[in-house]
Design a protein around this ligand. Structure first.
Ligand SMILES: Cc1ncc(C[n+]2csc(CCOP(=O)(O)OP(=O)(O)O)c2C)c(N)n1
Ligand SMILES: [Mg+2]
Length: 332
């Protein structure tokens, strides 16, 4: 029933090559995100749900798990997908609804991630349904005696849904290997946290269910990664689920259809840019000598080139054939 606040750590078991890889994942997610926004503003992509500001937590929690585990990400989790091997090409094929899209063959809305090969379970548009699915998957793993963890992520606003409480209750009673990953970005569209819950930290909700809850600086990759490793270890030992709360800030509007100027000041948004996770990780890799400034610049160019190529590929890729419209919709 531990509840702790973990301080950011700059050290971890990761070697320099792995840290570089994690930074690359964060940069790739950010660069894809930026270009998706541009495509939307140019009228080429109908809907974008940005991840900007949440990359440290997303890459951190995905990297803290194993490929054999089960992933139930939510719509903002591009960083999770990139860490699982999702390429820039795949991201833009999905955004533009092309037939090669691995998440659904161009059927799902953008941000509704699914990838059978990597154990990513497709999500529904009603928020929080994925946490119940994670508990069911963990229960099945437990019955089969498998050593796997199911991790579901959600926003802090979604922790006020009934589904979340039913899922935590059941998972804790049966000590199931589940991680409830809360990406707390301070808002549920226009509602600030103070109008979503009467507690300071969403992790406090774990106490009522007799399970572990930790609050972590979600802008610090290392803190997120380490906290996930610890929670996964607890789950695999049979010591039950953990509610991981990563605190961060959504640097962009909720979606490409939202105007955040109506509910938050520009000063507030600007102030959070000092804790931009990409900036923090960049400072770390330079200060720790993981990369030189030249190498860091070259990495950025490499990622930009990958994204340019991916957009060109996805724009010319074919749409699904019309005769596929009802596949998977009705039983034959
Ligand atoms: C059950 C349900 N209610 C409302 C919505 C509309 N909706 C979509 S996202 C969202 C905000 C969720 O906020 P939060 O959980 O904090 O995640 P964030 O978008 O901030 O990452 C809402 C209300 C929905 N999709 N499903
Ligand atoms: Mg939120």
């Amino acid at each position: 029933m531990a509840r702790t606040k973990e301080s950011p750590k700059a050290t971890s078991a990761l070697g320099p090559a792995e840290v570089r890889k994690m930074y690359r994942n964060m940069l790739l997610a950010r660069t894809i995100d930026e270009r998706m926004w541009t495509l939307n503003r140019a009228g080429k992509a109908p809907f974008v749900i940005p991840c900007r500001g949440q990359e440290a937590a997303q890459v951190g929690w995905a990297a803290g798990l194993r490929p054999t585990d089960y992933f139930l990400p939510y719509y903002r989790d591009l960083g999770v997908m990139v860490t699982l091997g999702y390429t820039a090409r795949q991201a833009f094929l999905s955004l533009l609804g092309k037939s090669e899209d691995v998440t659904s063959g161009g059927r799902q809305m953008p941000g509704h991630y699914g990838w059978e090969e990597r154990h990513v379970i497709t999500g529904s548009s009603p928020v929080t349904t994925q946490v119940l699915h994670a508990v069911g998957i963990a229960y099945a793993s437990h019955l089969r005696g498998e050593d796997t963890v199911a991790a579901a992520s959600l926003g802090e606003g979604s922790t006020s849904q009934g589904d979340f409480h039913e899922a935590m209750n059941w998972a804790s009673i049966y000590k199931l290997p589940v991680l409830f990953v809360v990406e707390n970005n301070g808002y549920a569209i226009s509602s600030p946290q103070s109008k979503e819950m009467a507690v300071q930290d969403a992790a406090e909700r774990a106490l009522g269910y007799g399970m572990a809850g930790v609050t972590v600086d979600g802008t610090d990759f290392f803190a997120c990664y380490e906290a996930t490793l610890q929670a996964a270890e607890r789950a695999r030992r049979g010591d039950g689920p953990t509610l991981l709360e990563f605190k961060m800030y959504r640097l962009l509007p909720h979606s490409s259809d939202d105007d955040d100027r109506t509910y938050r000041s520009r000063e507030e948004v600007e102030a959070w840019k000092d804790r931009d996770p990409i900036l923090r990780m960049k400072n770390h890799v330079l200060e720790a000598g993981v990369m030189t400034a030249e190498e860091e610049g070259a990495l950025r160019s490499e990622v930009q080139a990958e994204v340019d190529e991916a957009i060109a590929y996805a724009e010319t890729a074919p749409y699904p054939p019309v005769e596929d419209m009802f596949t998977h919709v009705y039983a034959d």
